[in-house]
Ligand binder design. Structure first.
Ligand SMILES: Cc1cc2nc3c(=O)[nH]c(=O)nc-3n(C[C@H](O)[C@H](O)[C@H](O)COP(=O)(O)O)c2cc1C
Length: 266
């Protein structure tokens, strides 16, 4: 796994501090004659060597690094504020009739793009439903109405549930399908994206119902523009919220056990 000839070290800048060598997760680099140099068979191009080098002596051969910025540590965000905001996050199911600005969409995608991926695979993709959104919702609604008609024969509670025309996307202007290869990265990018969306004043509904329809219906998947073989990680319904939640809600206590030790409450 990995790429050959991924890294070049600018010898004239390298001071041989060894930080990149010690931090490489793939043992790709070594110190030779007081200079770092690639030695391992392949590199996952995670960029740790690029990010850690105090002399900026690392070149990532397959990437344009011109837009890389000075690191902003998460510690700049007050952890109490962050935790309180995370606890205040709520699924939004009522949206204003207001478009999401392109620069906000860009930030949401950027948050997903920068999420960690197994082996730095970066295989997560983002599909914006765009013009097909209404058509796709219509097909999902038809599918669900059919399921509910059949289901209500066996389950009386299903008779009381109405599937209205906006049942899936709730009138939200933006739907992003997050997809990828394999299950390893499931949900991670969407969580980053959801937090970014919330910080931009937007609300998010993760729509498992839409995901279910897409899984069941290959024509719907192709209508949505999802490539064959891609796993759907989440369907994110996004827009300006028409609701405001005033307080956090209770949750069950965290179930935490310590392997080989006594249980502890946190
Ligand atoms: C994977 C996943 C799928 C979900 N699917 C739906 C859905 O199809 N429709 C819906 O109304 N809510 C859906 N939700 C939202 C959950 O119902 C919601 O997270 C839960 O009720 C807790 O509320 P909260 O998100 O406001 O804390 C989904 C959430 C997740 C994580």
């Amino acid at each position: 796994m990995g790429v050959k000839n991924a890294i070049t070290i600018k010898e004239e800048l390298c001071v041989g501090c060894g930080l990149c060598v010690a931090d490489c997760p793939n043992s790709y680099l070594e110190l030779d004659g007081g200079k770092a140099k690639p030695a391992g068979p392949s590199c996952i191009e995670c960029g740790h060597c690029f990010a850690i080098c105090p002399e900026n002596a690392v070149i990532m051969n397959n990437y344009d690094t011109s837009d890389c910025e000075d690191a902003v540590p998460m510690t700049q965000i007050d952890s109490d504020v962050l935790l309180a905001a995370m606890k205040s996050r709520r699924t939004v199911r009522r949206f204003l009739d207001k478009e999401v600005e392109p620069e906000k969409i860009k930030k949401i995608i950027e948050a997903g793009r920068y999420c960690q991926t197994a082996g730095n695979g970066q295989t997560v993709e983002f599909t914006i439903l765009g013009e097909k959104q209404k058509e796709i919702e219509k097909t999902c609604v038809s599918m669900f109405r059919f399921f509910f008609r059949v289901g209500s024969v066996f389950d009386a509670s299903m008779r009381r549930r109405t599937i209205d025309d906006n049942f899936f996307f709730k009138g939200a202007p933006l739907v992003i399908i997050v997809s990828g290869k394999g299950d390893m990265n499931r949900g991670l990018a969407s969580s980053y994206m959801e937090l970014m969306a919330e910080s931009l004043g937007l609300g998010v509904l993760i729509s498992g119902f839409t995901e279910g329809c897409l899984l069941l219906n290959p024509f719907l998947r192709s209508k949505a523009g999802l490539k064959k073989g891609r796993k759907i990680y989440s369907v994110m319904v996004i827009g300006y919220p028409a609701v405001k939640y005033r307080r956090t809600v209770p949750r069950k206590p965290a179930k935490v056990s310590i392997t080989g030790g006594k249980s502890k409450s946190f």
